[in-house]
Design a protein around this ligand. Structure first.
Ligand SMILES: Nc1ncnc2c1ncn2[C@@H]1O[C@H](COP(=O)(O)OP(=O)(O)OP(=O)(O)O)[C@@H](O)[C@H]1O
Length: 276
């Protein structure tokens, strides 16, 4: 058994059973259940605008209330205090808060102080060392001493990714981590997320609108539509022309490029009545 497999065997799965989430009287996720999410796998959560992807992640992170069962192994996530939950479940939202005058490195040290990793609290010296090592891995060590509120959109996104990764959580959830990134950083970040998830046997969930990125980097694709899980399986199983028509309302193709990667091509928007 490899080190990664051994780590995987001792980690817990994430189960989502009969989960409903909404805002006031507005129901967004409607009694959703899914097969357990496994350590060491990266799941792409996809679906049209307003489908409830961010809401589901916020609910998993404990930021919006909901009904149903959310378990990490034997732990009932809803029963955990938020501080303890944040140690297990790390969530990078779509946008970092504005007006934060701290440097990127200071935010990482602060994240470690606020949510000490499983091994226990770390000294500021150790937090600094870990922060710099992570920024080097992400290829953004040059941003360490830059103030967060003076970064570009893509740089802020990378800083947010570092904040999510530094906590060494069991579940890593990223909401559209590549939306502001250039082509090179899209590949770099998705590759790094996939490798980190595998090496550390994390449960990775990434919201993506780019279905080709989802197909290329994820092990599993969950498609949310109308508050329900419309499809769930490997990229090959889930990303089909029929699904593109029904869920996204486009006539599309799913083809393999000369390198064998799945390409998802949207040819035209379908008129409303032609949607399956
Ligand atoms: N704080 C809120 N209060 C009330 N309704 C909300 C709130 N946040 C989101 N919603 C609504 O919940 C529904 C789902 O929103 P959510 O942000 O989860 O969708 P999404 O799939 O992440 O969309 P997108 O791809 O556009 O980011 C939408 O109809 C949205 O208007």
């Amino acid at each position: 058994m490899s080190t990664a497999q051994a780590a995987e065997a001792t980690r817990s799965t994430l189960s989502i059973e009969d989960v409903s989430v909404g805002y006031g009287r507005k129901q967004v996720i409607d009694r959703m259940s899914a097969a357990p999410l496994l350590p060491g796998t990266l799941t792409a959560l996809v679906g049209p605008n307003g489908a409830g992807k961010s809401t589901l992640l916020r609910s998993l992170a404990g930021l919006v209330p909901g009904k149903g069962r959310l378990r990490l192994g034997t732990r009932d996530l809803r029963q955990l205090p938020l501080s303890e939950r944040a140690r297990h479940v790390s969530f990078m939202p779509q946008g970092l808060p504005q007006g934060v005058a701290l440097t990127v490195l200071e935010t990482l040290i602060g994240a470690l102080r606020a949510t000490p990793p499983a091994g226990g609290p770390v000294s500021d010296e150790e937090a600094t060392r870990r922060g710099i090592a992570l920024l080097e891995r992400l290829g953004i060590a040059d941003l360490a001493l830059r103030s967060l509120d003076r970064l570009s959109g893509g740089q802020r996104q990378l800083a947010g990714l570092a904040q999510a990764l530094i906590r060494e959580p069991d579940v890593l959830m990223l909401d559209e981590p590549t939306s502001a990134l250039d082509l090179r950083f899209q590949l770099k970040v998705m590759g790094l997320v996939r490798d980190t998830v595998r090496e550390h046997a994390l449960i990775g969930i990434v919201v993506l609108h780019d279905l080709a990125l989802a197909a290329r980097f994820s092990d599993r694709v969950m498609v949310l539509h109308g508050g329900r899980l419309r499809a769930d399986g490997s990229p090959d199983e889930t990303l089909t022309p029929a699904l593109l028509a029904e869920v996204y309302g486009v006539r599309g193709r799913v083809e393999r490029c000369s390198l064998g990667h799945l390409l998802v091509l949207a040819d035209e928007a379908l008129p409303q009545q032609a949607r399956a």
